[in-house]
Design a protein. Structure first.
Ligand SMILES: Cc1cc2nc3c(=O)[nH]c(=O)nc-3n(C[C@H](O)[C@H](O)[C@H](O)COP(=O)(O)OP(=O)(O)OC[C@H]3O[C@@H](n4cnc5c(N)ncnc54)[C@H](O)[C@@H]3O)c2cc1C
Lengths: 768, 289
């Protein structure tokens, strides 16, 4: 993109130096005078009644300053368990002491008597009538019962005729379908497009499988941490490592019943988030309670073990998927039934089940999905929440279909891709809208070209796998100021959290518009007391939202610059041009110009005052983002281990504001997808989580993968800043399926349960 | 972590006396890569920690054609894996050491700690078994030698008496026509503990395979020798595919693995066979070249 001087360039990150020198202040680096150390008292059982809580021994330990339980929560909102615990590690109380070791010791001394209850960890068991109930005895109907009940209602409402025979028949059917009465359901979602029955009837080939995807942790490098300091008049300050300081502020306010203006959240540099660093419950609220009680600053920091027990990971799920196609490879119909493990509360990404539609035209689609309670912690977002799981099912099955039809898997996908102008199904009967221009074909073609797909070769036990998946580019509200200083340097002031390069993109946008060198732009992140509101940094929103905000703020700044220049150079706005950091008078015999620095200095003594531009933005329709990947792998057929030989990842990014940062996102997401496919898995049994650490919860290291090759595809996104769209989430989506498809190509067996651990691969091979 | 008292003795005798004095409440500290982890997790709560760091003579590798190899207990894994003689003649030991954690860990982790910790999955243990290591044990009362086969008594336990410290490992000389290999079944390339570890060592005599040793890790309460399989390889000549298969089956049969969260006992047994076959074959190839 040669038309730009700063945009589209591989410029170093604005936060690079402070990170590599260790100067960046993470949450764990915050220290306040007189600070106490908090520790949560956690449940030792995954399911139990709490009979009594006795803090007296712990209180006697020298150095202990306060212990809080639910009794200390005046708002009454649930912060700690009181009568019942639903997972191992659920917080019951919190301790503050003068030293972390004392706090830990005190937490051990809090005596809790339990009556242990039966445990359920498996979603398919949890829905059974025999399963222990976590919340109530309520039941929900499965998809067939729902359909029958809808028919029944229709017949009963129809008074024009006597339907009693049909009604009796349907009632009898309901009786037979007892096993479609689900227990422990936390949420449900149902949608249908077209007519799936007709679709299957018309299909030449119907394939049906069950896919099982495990719960995985975001494994951000920095465990949750907060430092809370409540002053003598009750004003709360919280240093938080979070993706969304404004969400933390409103979370604390809502939980404790405190007005927003009495809470200031100061965000620290964030040690990774991936969607898992939004919640208020884990450390922020307990730290505030302890500080309120002691009148001293309190630091509450989770250990890695606590992260596994009480983090909010990505949900595992079971997806039953059925797809019908014509003999010449057109997808006619797809039906999915999903059971998502939402842990002890509702909130798994069940809505993502609809993404079995993928990037394809599928005229008939039916999706029923349920969140299911189990004795685990709740879940949260993880990079394209829910979608890697669904894409694993969807893209594995398409691959299997392509194999059975004898069609090349890339060809098969190309044939079914959505195209610009297609009617987007969805929105029920509303008719939907039309497909915008999205690089579906370009992206798939690019990755295929990058590996020379048609001429690919492989040795024994080697295989190639392809997959593609899409995602929504989110957007949200944000505000920003830009000011120009007397030396011509520029400062951006905002409240959005930098996740892996977003600040860099903002600096590039502002530098481009103000025509100043990139190095001249710096960024200040305010806290929630001082910065304009910004949406949380998740859902691939930041570059889209804050990029647009930055564009508006920079344009507003330009306007003021030109006004000042017109005043100073005594000419009309229309005669002026901002270029290379100075404003020049166009079409003049004797060229006259004035630099931004001179204008900034001049502005200080004008009626209008200093140069401050403002931008505010909330939403604009965005277009889907997507990624396609091809993996070449080799399987050790005797020991079951998978080795990746080549991994190529393409992505439609709209416009790459900083191609280096984009490649970083593509590489990171792909590696996380690879990890989910091959090794990551939170394991549970009747005692709770059994692998709460990096010894048995394996994340890959740089030794596990060759360099991920990134292919950037740029199909301009209509409302994105300079055509850019969100890039953070899509690259994790296709990897799980690409890996499984490669294994199937290598050894002729399809693994439908992740991760593809060596033992599981051998199991599959033995069933060949 | 619990508070503890810290000692830095400068002789084996002094360390031994402290260890004996606080028997049961004291722990030796070498690289700390097992001990500190345990203390943080509160599975180890020593009141006294005795560092071996300042005792001269515990670190180092010496080799002599006549008497063989001597490795001090405080020798780092990184030193073992990069030592030219060990790589050449005691290859399984270099490979076992190279499998431990990461390069950073291996700059801290010692051979004495790996063996003293007595994990059934210790990556150096199988190599010591097949290279006939003799364990030198020192105390305030003097010195004794225990063959590696007789050191381990169970997961985390050894024949060491109160006050005894491992000072060195001695290995007999290995002729040029010998070869060895250690292979580890893992999921992650580095920083993974062994699902199964197998080391094999052989010596060739006129083309016949002799002195076969096969050591298994992570498939019994202690690292063990697969003696049945060793006998099969020694007995038949040439070592054909069928012989290797028989030996693999014998090694599997002799292993006593458990099922746990990492994998099933059946899988471990199967992998013992695969790795036995592979390591014996490689050991023979290496002996030939
Ligand atoms: C991240 C990580 C990854 C790891 N990966 C592996 C791996 O892949 N494979 C593997 O085998 N291990 C692994 N380990 C474990 C550990 O690094 C090794 O067992 C290491 O060799 C222990 O040595 P150390 O010097 O650190 O022992 P320390 O922790 O200092 O001591 C371990 C134990 O041995 C005792 N001890 C130490 N020295 C002596 C002595 N001279 N005489 C008697 N007793 C003694 C100590 O009292 C203690 O009980 C890993 C550890 C970490 C932290």
């Amino acid at each position: 993109m040669s038309e730009y001087s700063v945009l589209g360039k591989k410029l170093p990150r604005v936060d690079g130096l402070e990170k590599v020198t260790g100067a960046a202040q993470y949450g764990a680096d915050i220290h306040r005078a007189g600070m106490l150390y908090g520790k949560l008292v956690r449940s030792k059982h995954p399911h139990a009644k709490i009979l009594s809580i006795d803090t007296s021994e712990a209180e006697k330990l020298p150095g202990v300053r306060a212990i809080v339980t639910q009794n200390d929560v005046e708002s009454g909102r649930r912060v700690f368990a009181t009568d019942k615990v639903l997972y191992l590690g659920e917080p019951i109380a919190a301790v503050a002491a003068t030293d972390p070791d004392i706090a830990e010791e005190a937490a051990e001394l809090v005596r809790i008597d339990y009556e242990v209850l039966p445990v359920v960890q498996d979603v398919m068991q949890s829905i059974q009538p025999t399963a222990p109930r976590l919340h109530s005895d309520d039941t929900k109907d499965g998809p067939t019962r729902r359909t029958i009940k809808a028919q029944l209602k229709k017949l009963q409402d129809d008074e024009s005729q006597d339907h009693s025979a049909e009604i009796a028949e349907l009632n009898a059917q309901l009786g037979i379908l007892e096993d479609e009465l689900y227990y422990n359901i936390s949420a449900e979602t149902h949608s249908a497009i077209g007519d799936v029955e007709a679709g299957f009837a018309e299909s030449d080939l119907v394939v049906e499988d069950t896919y099982v995807i495990p719960r995985v942790h975001q494994t951000y490098m920095e465990p949750h941490v907060s430092v809370a300091d409540v002053d003598s008049i009750g004003k709360i300050t919280v240093w938080a490592s979070t993706q969304g300081p404004f969400a933390i502020r409103s979370g604390i306010a809502g939980t404790l019943g405190i007005p927003l203006n009495r809470i200031n959240v100061i965000p620290t540099t964030m040690g990774g988030g991936f969607g898992g660093r939004f919640g208020v419950a884990l450390t922020h609220v307990p730290a505030v309670l302890l500080s309120q009680k002691t009148g001293r600053p309190v630091k509450l920091q989770m250990t890695r073990e606590e992260e596994f027990l009480d983090g909010r990971p990505a949900p595992g799920c079971v997806i039953k998927l059925k797809t019908g196609v014509t003999a010449d490879g057109r997808i006619l119909v797809r039906q999915a039934l999903g059971f998502w493990d939402s842990g002890s509360v509702s909130g798994a990404s069940i809505g993502s089940t609809i993404r079995v539609r993928g990037v394809y035209k599928i005229p008939n689609l039916k999706v029923d999905a349920y969140g299911v309670y189990t004795n685990k912690s709740g879940t949260a977002a993880y990079r394209a929440p829910g979608t890697p799981q669904v894409a694993f099912a969807g893209e594995s099955q398409l691959d299997e279909i392509a194999r059975q039809l004898g069609i090349d898997p890339v060809e098969f996908r190309l044939k079914n891709l959505r195209e610009e102008g297609d009617l987007i199904p969805g929105g029920g009967q509303r008719g939907g809208s039309n497909e915008p221009k999205v690089g579906y074909k370009e992206t798939l073609q690019a990755v295929a070209d990058a590996v020379d797909w048609k001429n690919r070769t492989k040795g024994p036990n080697q295989g190639w796998g392809v997959a593609i998946g899409d995602w929504t580019n989110g957007c949200g509200p944000g505000g920003m100021y830009v000011s120009v200083h007397e030396d011509g340097s520029v400062r951006i002031f905002h409240g959005s959290m930098d996740i892996t390069g977003t600040d860099t993109a903002l600096a590039q946008i502002v530098a481009e518009i103000l025509t100043v060198p990139y190095e001249q732009v710096t960024i200040t992140r305010g806290d929630t007391d001082s910065a304009p509101y910004a949406t949380g940094s998740g859902g691939s929103v930041v570059t889209f939202t804050m990029g647009n905000t930055a564009k508006l703020a920079a344009e507003d700044t330009c306007q003021r610059i030109l006004e000042l220049a017109a005043e100073r150079l005594n000419t009309g706005l229309e005669n002026l041009e901002l270029k290379d950091g100075k404003v020049s008078v166009l079409a003049q015999d004797s060229p006259r110009s004035i630099s931004l620095g001179e204008l900034a200095a001049y502005s200080l003594s004008t009626t209008g005052g200093p140069i401050v531009g403002k931008g505010s933005f909330a939403r604009q329709p965005s277009t889907p983002a997507l990624a396609a990947q091809i993996a070449k792998i080799e399987v050790d057929p005797e020991a079951g281990r998978i080795k990746v030989l080549k991994m190529v990842s393409s992505q439609d990014v709209g416009f790459a504001i900083n191609p280096m940062a984009v490649e970083g996102q593509i590489e990171g997401g792909t590696v996380q997808g690879y990890a989910w496919a091959t090794m990551e898995e939170m394991q549970y049994d009747e005692n709770g989580n059994v692998n709460p650490g990096f010894v048995d919860y394996r994340v890959p290291t740089s030794a596990d993968l060759p360099t991920v090759e990134s292919v950037i595809v740029e199909v301009e996104a209509p409302n994105g800043p300079f055509g850019a769209k969100g890039v953070g989430e899509p690259p994790i989506i296709p990897t799980l399926a690409a890996m499984a498809n490669a294994v199937a190509d290598a050894v002729g067996v399809r693994v439908t349960e992740l991760p593809m651990k060596p033992e599981r691969v051998l199991d599959a091979l033995s069933r060949k | 972590m619990r508070n503890f008292e810290f000692f830095e003795p400068t002789t084996v005798e002094e360390a031994s006396s402290l260890l004996a004095q606080y028997n049961g409440k004291a722990r030796l500290l070498a690289g700390g890569t097992d001990l500190i982890i345990g203390m943080k997790a509160r599975t180890e709560m020593p009141e006294y920690v005795i560092s071996l760091e300042n005792i001269p003579g515990l670190d180092g590798i010496t080799y002599d054609e006549g008497s063989g190899l001597r490795v001090g207990a405080m020798t780092k894994m990184r030193a073992l894996e990069t030592d030219a003689i060990i790589r050449d003649r005691y290859t399984a030991l270099a490979e076992g050491a190279a499998e431990v954690g990461s390069i950073q860990i291996r700059h801290l982790a010692t051979l004495g700690g790996n063996i003293g910790h007595a994990s059934p999955a210790a990556d150096a243990a199988a190599a010591l078994l097949v290279l006939d290591a003799q364990v030198q044990i020192g105390s305030a009362d003097g010195q004794r030698t225990v063959p590696i086969d007789a050191l381990f008594t169970g997961p985390g336990t050894t024949v060491l008496e109160p006050g005894e410290i491992i000072t060195a490992f001695e290995f007999p000389p290995r002729p040029a026509n010998s070869g060895s290999q250690y292979l580890k079944q893992k999921i992650r390339e580095v920083m993974d503990l062994a699902f199964v570890g197998v080391a094999s060592a052989v010596t060739l005599n006129d083309g016949a395979v002799e002195n076969t040793r096969i050591g298994l890790a992570a498939v019994a309460p202690t690292p063990i020798r697969a003696t049945e399989a060793e006998g099969i390889i020694n007995r038949y000549h040439p070592v054909t595919k069928e012989i290797l298969e028989q030996a693999a089956e014998a090694a599997s049969a002799q292993s006593r693995p458990i099922s746990d969260l990492r994998c099933s006992a059946e899988y471990r047994r199967q992998i013992v066979g695969v790795l036995t076959r592979r390591t014996v074959q490689t050991a023979i190839n290496r002996a030939q070249s």
